[in-house]
Design a binder for this molecule. Structure first.
Ligand code: BGC
Ligand code: CA
Length: 261
């Protein structure tokens, strides 16, 4: 049978090995053979218990400093709080990630809106200047037809003076591009200058294009360059489709200006 003294020795040895914690030192009481009476053993055990209590208190203080409490129910509460805090942290992290993604998307939208806005502002400026042109030529009393404003003079002048009148108003003598425009200008019912003239062996419009690249509406037997002095073109026979005639530039004619808008 194991004696109490032996048990105390084993107990103290275990405490000295496992019970001290990292920074604690427990003074293990010496039990001598001479003090083997029961009262002496009890006294030694009491001192050992007192030492143990002191060590326990030190441990508690140490654990308290580290924010832990070894009490099982406190530990449980501690774990629950930690788990709750971890869940909240995780939720916060995913919210943060979502907000960061939303912010990036919003920044992209803002950038797209900015460039759209800039494009709209540019477009508005273009439309405004077109509107200004429309307003100006309407105020002059010019007629609008298929993308251009037209003016028919109320007096007569040479081809050169007629052209000067048009260019002084940001326009030029009419360039007849197609049958619609030819019929429109004929429909104005005037023997009038148009923007076509001889240039060497070619006929050329005032916009720089050559008649050879377009439809032409010469009157029968025209252009005849009568007297070798006819280098500018008028609408002469406006009642028929083929109405153009070459004339000396000095002839006094009505004229037709055109402003493309
Ligand atoms: C015109 C000419 C034209 C001729 C046709 C004249 O009055 O000046 O340009 O070719 O008529 O008959
Ligand atoms: Ca002629």
């Amino acid at each position: 049978m194991t004696s109490p003294r032996w048990m105390i020795l084993v107990c103290f040895s275990l405490i000295s090995v496992f019970g001290t914690g990292e920074s604690l030192t427990i003074i293990v009481p010496e039990i001598s053979n001479e003090q083997n009476s029961l009262p002496a053993i009890i006294a030694q055990m009491s001192r050992a218990i007192a030492d143990l209590n002191a060590s326990h208190k030190k441990l508690l203080v140490q654990q308290g400093r580290s924010g832990c409490n070894c009490n099982p129910s406190s530990l449980q509460a501690c774990y629950s709080q930690r788990n709750l805090a971890n869940r909240r942290l995780s939720s916060c992290n995913s919210q943060l990630r979502s907000l960061v993604a939303q912010r990036s998307s919003l920044l992209r939208q803002v950038s797209a809106f900015r460039s759209q806005y800039a494009a709209v502002v540019k477009q508005r400026a273009v439309l405004q200047s077109r509107l200004n042109v429309f307003t100006r030529y309407q105020n002059y009393g010019w007629k609008y037809y298929r993308g251009s404003f037209y003016y028919v003079s109320t007096s007569t002048a040479t081809w050169v003076a007629s052209r000067n009148y048009c260019t002084a108003r940001g326009a030029d003598l009419v360039v007849i591009n197609d049958a619609f425009e030819n019929n429109f200008t004929r429909g104005l019912k005037r023997k009038a200058w148009i923007g076509l003239y001889r240039s060497g062996s070619n006929w050329r419009w005032v916009d720089g294009s050559y008649l050879s690249s377009r439809a032409s509406y010469w009157a029968p037997r025209e252009p005849n360059n009568l007297g070798n002095r006819e280098g500018h073109v008028e609408i002469r026979l406006f009642n028929i489709l083929n109405s153009w005639n070459d004339e000396p530039w000095t002839t006094a004619n009505y004229w037709i200006c055109e402003k493309k808008v």
